[in-house]
Design a protein around this ligand. Structure first.
Ligand code: C2E
Ligand code: CA
Ligand code: CA
Length: 616
């Protein structure tokens, strides 16, 4: 609708086509709310009424019309521009009563709340009655009877205008508050949704969508509180997952975690919950499982973890270690979590890719380990460690080529403790770094002092993966005045595979300086010589478990022979460990092992005794 306001330039003329703002276009639009329309067919009505309207409502809009149709048309236009209320000032005196009532009816029907002010002759009560009749009620209807006191007209106009304003105001308040309530309800809804999302996020893992540690502990606690069934807590930790992250990147690691998670969910019994507790660690709670059921479930999980998968275009295979705690008489989630953690560590210690159920023995062993742990630090600082040396000999002549340095701990509290027991504990606590430094320095000093041809020093994985282990060994050698070609270090495969890049770096530094590298316990790990060829390795030590069997099983002799052949072809020499008999020596020699070590040639003994025999 096009609206072109015109002002009443010719007082007395009935304006056609539009209305005007009394207080000027701009100011009027902002504040004007009421449109007053003089409705009258009389030419003399406007000149008389317009000044009164302007006086009564100087800042409101004004128009005039000859009949109801025209008046309503103005009001529609005005509404379009934001005026919400109307006062119709009707002067039909001298006209047909029917025209007046028709006008009243039209206006009333169109706007039930508009103010109608009707000017009537004092004597015209039939017109008054007819108007009331068609309107149906006297509300919002005012009659002014002639003769008209201008002041009274102005006051009446102001009164009805005020009534319109309050009416419109309360309507607006009602509408506004309804809108506000609706808005608030929407906001509450939105907040609730956000709260739900936040609550969900606080309990769930973003990568897999399963519960996180918080959600897991809450769920376990709730289940224990219900205590209806026997709960089993199963901790699953992927073995060597770090290698996947390191070699293929974190996105690949994430994908593997997701796939394994999905695979595990598929083998869980109904009602079980699974959570991702950390990078590659998962927790499971299962109710009421028989021993057989539990074994089956753990086996299934191991199988799922073991599956060969294609990740980022590479074939990836990992394994998992599992620790289990069964509810029994335990009712605290803290204790169940502790037990399953202990069982998990035991599974890792015992070689990974297996499950271990917590029992009292494990608890006892753990406590024992704890006392060892605390004892180790004291041992290092109070000189309880000693170094022993075991000869490595030439297979054919039995001539001593060098010595392997083996640490000994004679504890005043526990007696002699095997390095097989305390070295892994020292590895776990990190104390191996300090102990290892002590061992290397001591061995090199002894090498110099007792003039050992060479010394072979064992480096644990943790020690070897230290960023500056190569430089350290060379510095200790220089301190002891031992040439690097009188040093051999012994490593296990895991030390290399755990962090291939760092291993290569460290091996490079040592090899470049002339230190020899031996691969310890060959045959117990991955045992892929071709894979290991890329790392600078001089020598492999065939594990005692093979040597033990060479005289009894042809098969073992064949394996040793083929390993020796392969090693030779790759330019590596071979030491067979744990040789206890002459028969073993004969077979090993025939199999191609150039060097031997074992009680048959000499037990580990203290340097002073060796020094004496070397001197003698
Ligand atoms: P390993 O490096 O394989 O050491 C050889 C182990 O076999 C030594 O046990 C040695 O005493 C034992 N042995 C040698 N010949 C024979 C034999 O003919 N028969 C039998 N039955 N055993 C034999 P030990 O000294 O108890 O050391 C056990 C393991 O502890 C070592 O295995 C090594 O892994 C670790 N270890 C020992 N000393 C150190 C060390 O100074 N540093 C590090 N990081 N680990 C060490
Ligand atoms: Ca060794
Ligand atoms: Ca060994």
């Amino acid at each position: 609708m096009r609206v072109s306001p015109i002002s009443f330039s010719k007082p007395g003329a009935v304006a056609k086509g539009s209305f005007s703002d009394l207080a000027g276009q701009d100011a009027g639009l902002a504040s004007s709310m009421i449109l007053t329309i003089v409705v009258s067919p009389r030419p003399d009505a406007l000149p008389f009424l317009e000044p009164l309207v302007r006086q009564a409502m100087p800042s409101e809009s004004f128009a005039s019309a000859a009949d109801a149709g025209e008046a309503l048309n103005y009001f529609e236009q005005a509404r379009y521009l934001g005026r919400t209320s109307a006062v119709f000032l009707m002067d039909f005196r001298g006209s047909n009563v029917d025209d007046l009532t028709a006008c009243v009816l039209d206006l009333r029907q169109a706007h039930r709340e508009a103010e109608l002010i009707i000017l009537v002759e004092a004597t015209d009560s039939p017109a008054l009655a007819a108007c009331l009749k068609v309107a149906g009620s006297s509300s919002h209807m005012t009659f002014l009877t002639a003769p008209f006191d201008p002041l009274l007209v102005v006051r009446t106009l102001r009164t009805v205008a005020e009534r319109q304003r309050t009416g419109a105001f309360s309507k607006r308040v009602l509408r506004d508050s309804t809108q506000m309530i609706q808005g608030l309800e929407l906001q509450i809804q939105e907040l609730r949704t956000r709260l739900d999302i936040a609550k969900h996020a606080a309990r769930h893992d973003h990568l897999t969508g399963s519960l996180n540690r918080t959600g897991f502990v809450e769920e376990l606690t709730a289940r224990l509180a219900r205590n209806r069934q026997m709960q089993n807590v199963i901790m699953v930790d992927l073995d060597r997952f770090k290698a996947v992250n390191d070699t293929l990147g974190h996105a690949a690691g994430d994908e593997l975690v997701r796939k394994i998670c999905t695979g595990m969910i598929a083998v869980l019994p109904k009602g079980a919950i699974l959570a991702r507790l950390g990078g590659d660690e998962f927790g499971i709670v299962v109710e009421a499982l028989s021993d057989i059921g539990l074994t089956q479930l753990c086996t299934d999980i191991l199988r799922v973890a073991n599956q060969c998968r294609i990740i980022a275009g590479h074939e990836v295979q990992v394994s998992a270690s599992i620790g289990v705690a069964r509810q029994g008489s335990v009712h605290s989630e803290v204790e169940l979590l502790r037990q399953s953690d202990l069982a998990l560590y035991a599974a890792k210690r015992e070689g990974r890719n297996r499950f271990r159920v917590f029992d009292r023995d494990l608890d006892r062993v753990t406590r024992y380990r704890l006392t060892i742990e605390t004892g180790l630090e004291r041992a290092l600082h109070s000189g309880q460690f000693k170094m022993a040396y075991q000869p490595i000999v030439k297979a054919d002549t039995c001539a001593i080529l060098g010595y392997e340095a083996l640490v000994r701990w004679d504890s005043p509290d526990f007696g002699a403790i095997s390095p097989d027991v305390f070295i892994p504990i020292a590895e776990e606590t990190g104390l191996i770094l300090d102990i290892g430094d002590w061992i290397a320095r001591e061995a090199l000093r002894d090498c110099r002092k007792f003039n050992l041809p060479y010394v072979s020093i064992n480096l644990s994985s943790r020690q070897f993966l230290r960023h500056n282990v190569g430089e350290r060994i060379l510095r200790y050698a220089a301190d002891a005045n031992v040439a690097p070609d009188r040093i051999q270090i012994e490593l296990t495969e895991t030390a290399i595979i755990d962090d291939v890049e760092r291993a290569s770096y460290n091996l490079g530094i040592l090899r470049d300086a002339g230190v020899r590298v031996a691969l310890d316990d060959f045959g117990t790990g991955y045992s892929s010589l071709v894979y290991l060829k890329q790392f600078a390795i001089d020598c492999i030590k065939i594990d005692k478990s093979f040597v033990d069997n060479v005289t009894r099983e042809r098969q073992s002799a064949v394996i040793v022979a083929s390993v020796a052949k392969l090693a030779e072809s790759l330019g590596m020499s071979v030491i067979a460990e744990g040789v206890e008999t002459e028969d073993q020596r004969t077979i090993l020699m025939a199999s191609g092992c150039g060097m031997l070590q074992g009680y048959h040639f000499g037990r580990p003994s203290f340097a002073a005794d060796i020094g004496a025999s070397l001197a003698g």
